[in-house]
Ligand binder design. Structure first.
Ligand code: CA
Length: 457
């Protein structure tokens, strides 16, 4: 009798606790090829991003927020799996011929789904187009978007809803905002995970006339189009955040935002008019300009607004989401960031972060960074298919990677080389592409690059 009563009380209190703290929704937003300097919360002057700024102000802005590579598909693979993509051969952008994220890898959507979430993807996939590699075979209940790495913003051609071609797209960035709102509306009564993966502001450079008009003061036509495209993404994020507030879901939704890599600013990449200042380098380099990105996490009422300066990486967003959902975190290489943001954990989330991209590499430990990068980042060396020698920078004093300390601190160079080599032991050879810096069939121009080079008017 007494025991039965105790059990009933325990069950009741557990149920009450569960009802009081429903699992938070997760909204993971990704921008594409954004310049580090091109958001208001990093000081951008010519392109207002009021919605992104409000999101940053409502949460934590990470000033040393990284992604695991300098290219679209590899970093998205890292985000989806929570693992360095070099652990499973996803080092470069997949081309055709069945290339894509190995089906042996479990995605965050698989994990969230197993934890009772409904899962949706709106936007760019870029992790394989074969039937078994498509989003709805990788843990997503619903999908609206396209499978490749770049696409026309206006031509409905490649857009799918599930596996069905979409007849009309309007302007795709606007459509992604609308689809995300509709997703939230459909699932507001249950825990949901939405991956809102923009292709903005990747080439092809296409914007709507009203937004181009808004930026007519910008004389450089590429920068003007870029501004109009950024503005469209900011608008789309704005409608989604507004929806969360209208449904009173904002205090029960973790929102994260990153760019998938840095702005492409050097010759040979899909140049879009972005700016990475004060960082040096570009998309496709392991310099800061390729891998340090705008990085925000917001959860009003739970995460105290502020700035976090210790190095973090997009793998942490995956780990945070899974932890909050009570999902499996097995094999993850990122960490749940919430205890670090609350101050419960005082240490650094990562003693070191490492990168491998063909013959390029980097390791950051404390404020030191050892890097060997695509020599095309040096204007006088453009056109050479080579990497630089090892260079050493102290990012605390030299965020622009200008004063190479390698000769002055040979012991530090050796120490970091050894630590990187230790990390590299767990990597596997790339499943496609080669070790070249530039090779057209892997880490060269992405699909859509040609369209981006077309003359506008
Ligand atoms: Ca990208």
């Amino acid at each position: 009798m007494k025991i039965r009563f105790a059990v009933a009380t325990t069950v009741l209190s557990t149920l009450t606790a569960l009802a009081a703290t429903p699992k938070p929704n997760i909204l993971m937003i990704v921008g594409d090829d954004m310049g580090y300097a091109d958001v208001g919360f990093h000081g951008c002057k010519d392109i207002p991003t009021p919605n992104l700024d409000a999101l940053a102000a409502s949460g934590v802005k990470f000033t040393s927020g990284y992604v695991t590579g300098p290219y679209c598909s590899p970093t998205r693979a890292g985000l989806m799996t929570g693992r360095y993509q070099t652990r499973f051969g996803h080092e470069f952008n997949p081309g055709g011929g069945g290339q894509g994220m190995p089906v042996t890898e479990k995605t965050i959507a698989d994990r969230m789904k197993a934890a009772g979430y409904t899962t949706g993807l709106v936007g760019k996939w870029h992790l394989g187009a074969e039937p078994e590699m498509r989003p709805m075979k990788r843990g997503f209940d619903t999908f609206f978007g396209f499978l490749g790495g770049a696409n026309s913003y206006k031509d409905a051609g490649a857009y799918l809803r599930g596996d069905e071609p979409v007849k009309e797209i309007g302007y795709s960035t606007d459509a992604f905002g609308r689809e995300a709102v509709a997703y939230i509306d459909r699932h507001k009564g249950q825990p949901w995970f939405l991956y809102l993966a923009f292709n903005a502001v990747h080439t092809p450079m296409q914007a709507t006339d009203d937004r181009l008009e808004k930026f007519k003061e910008i004389k450089d036509t590429q920068r003007r189009t870029y501004a109009a495209m950024m503005s469209a993404m900011d608008d789309a994020i704005g409608v989604v955040i507004k929806k969360l507030k209208e449904e009173q879901l904002d205090k029960n939704t973790l929102v994260t935002f990153i760019s998938d890599n840095g702005g492409p600013v050097m010759k040979g990449v899909t140049i879009n008019g972005s700016v990475n200042a004060p960082l040096r380098g570009s998309k496709r380099t392991t310099l800061e300009g390729g891998i340090r990105v705008p990085f925000v996490m917001s959860w009003p009422g739970t995460i105290k607004p502020g700035v976090y300066e210790k190095p973090v990486i997009q793998l942490d967003l995956t780990a945070t989401a899974a932890t909050l959902a009570g999902a499996s975190t097995e094999q993850f290489e990122g960490v749940n960031l919430l205890p670090y943001l609350s101050g419960e954990k005082k240490e650094v989330p990562h003693t070191q972060l490492c990168w491998r991209f063909g013959r390029q590499m980097a390791i950051r430990e404390g404020s030191y960074k050892l890097v060997r990068y695509d020599i095309n980042a040096i204007p006088e060396m453009v056109g050479k298919n080579e990497v630089t020698p090892f260079e050493l920078y102290d990012l605390s004093k030299d965020i622009g990677e200008k004063d190479d300390l390698a000769k002055a601190l040979p012991d530090k160079v050796k120490e970091l080389q050894d630590k990187w080599a230790e990390w590299d032991k767990l990597n596997v050879p790339p499943l496609w592409g080669g070790a070249h810096v530039q090779k057209k069939d892997n880490d060269g121009p992405e699909p859509g690059a040609k369209a981006g080079k077309k003359k506008k008017k």
